[in-house]
Design a protein around this ligand. Structure first.
Ligand code: PLP
Length: 419
């Protein structure tokens, strides 16, 4: 069988697909492994009870059941959900958003596939001169590391550009990346700038002032800013400091229901200017025909009556805050004199460790940790788009603290023992 260029790129094993297969095989072989590797949200009682009650309500009513299971959503996505979301954003955040500024997708991952390829890649006539309207445009990441799920989404190779961040040492066991604005190039060859906030993998949160500055740079270059708030604001709101939600007409804000505890429903949300949303919906119809009805139907009414905000504030945030404290205090207690630094944890549910001067590569460390019964993610895959190799990219690990409380302490301790 002869595969196309698309086939060769997308059917081939990628670093991340191999790693994910390895993770699930390891877990299937030995369920006692301490699993700190994936992006699954934690099991939060109050969330499970709420979703159960809402689902029961939908299933017990014949008309709701029919709308849930028996109809395609319109190409623009469930209208009443988009209207409710628009009015929620308007009331709670003062954003001038209408239903026509909102698109729904089957998970935000599939939204990235469409958005990135709508905005970046070769222009109409292929590889025209740089700077011309037809030139190849890149997705610019303000810095690497960034979400590994972006890595293979581009239809062409060489899709990303990224800079090294500034590294600020905050204490003898904490550090923080920040955007090196003086290095950042946003110009004619930039299709869009994209950043996760809170960041997967680092748990950092672009400060409000950093985000304003980035947004201004994008706007003056006429380049959209894609802001991935899968863990952030306004929901699920896994933010430990005082940052603000952000959107304006040059921003493409992506949200997801996954980290609320609903990754199985595959619902992503895109909020952007109307012409981009219209184009997005046409592309989504070609690829998916329609998006899933379940997420929008399940949460109907919960935005406007405050149920969702209450769940985020009263249940999700305390759940993850407690686990974050366990992870950080175990690290502080066990690290001894190792040159081991945690990225400042400002949001989401990952701890990003920098094992400075690690004599082996983090992929090898991943294998050794697996032998020791703990699964983490090696940092290498998160560094895409850099022009030059960087020793730092082999020295980092990502640990999820979304799991059982008792296992977080054990997991962090085993990582330190191996180090
Ligand atoms: N963005 C970030 C930063 C993520 O971590 C993830 C998943 O882990 C996604 C987007 C995609 O999430 P989903 O497709 O479940 O909405």
């Amino acid at each position: 069988m002869q595969l196309s260029h698309f086939g060769e790129k997308f059917a081939a094993p990628s670093g991340i697909s191999e790693l994910m297969e390895d993770l699930s095989a390891a877990l299937a072989d030995d369920p006692s492994l301490l699993f700190m590797g994936g992006g699954n949200p934690g099991r939060v009682d109050a969330a499970e009870q709420l979703f159960r009650r809402l689902m029961d309500g939908l299933l017990s009513d014949a008309q709701c059941r029919h709308e849930l299971l028996g109809l395609y959503q319109s190409p623009n996505g469930d209208r009443s959900f988009r209207e409710e979301l628009a009015s929620y954003l308007n009331k709670t955040l003062g954003w001038e958003v209408k239903a026509s500024n909102i698109a729904l997708s089957n998970g935000s991952q599939s939204a990235f596939f469409i958005l990135f390829n709508l905005l970046a890649g070769p222009g109409r006539s292929g590889n025209a001169r740089s700077g011309s309207p037809d030139c190849f445009r890149h997705i610019q990441l303000p810095f690497a590391p960034e979400y590994v799920g972006y890595r293979d989404v581009g239809l062409q190779s060489d899709f990303f550009r990224a800079e090294r961040p500034n590294i600020e040492m905050l204490s003898d066991d904490r550090f923080r990346y920040s955007i090196a604005f003086e290095q950042l190039k946003i110009g004619d060859n930039t299709g869009a700038v994209c950043v996760s906030r809170p960041s997967n993998p680092t748990g950092g949160m672009l400060a409000d002032t950093e985000l304003e500055q980035l947004s201004t740079r994008c706007e003056s270059a006429g380049v959209p800013l894609i802001l991935d708030a899968a863990y952030g604001l306004p929901f699920p709101g896994l933010v430990y400091g005082g940052a603000q939600a952000f959107w304006n007409h040059n921003t493409v804000l992506t949200l997801s229901l996954s980290k609320l505890g609903l990754p199985g429903l595959r619902t992503g949300i895109v909020i952007a200017r109307e012409d981009l949303i219209a184009g997005f919906n046409r592309a989504n119809t070609v690829i998916n025909l329609a998006s899933s009805t379940v997420g929008p139907q399940l949460l109907r009414g919960c935005l406007i009556d405050g149920t969702l905000d209450e769940l985020c504030r009263e249940s999700l945030l305390p759940f993850y805050s407690e686990r974050r404290s366990i992870a950080l205090s175990t690290l502080a207690r066990e690290r001894g004199s190792l040159p081991l630094y945690a990225h400042e944890s400002e949001g989401g549910f990952f701890l990003w460790l920098w094992c400075k001067d690690l004599p082996i590569d983090s992929a090898e460390l991943y294998g050794r940790l697996k032998q020791r019964g703990v699964i983490v993610l090696p940092g290498n895959g998160f560094f895409m788009g850099l022009a030059e190799p960087w020793r730092h990219q082999q020295e980092c690990l990502r640990l999820s603290f979304a799991g059982d409380k008792s296992r977080i302490e054990q997991g962090v301790t085993r990582v330190i023992e191996e180090l």
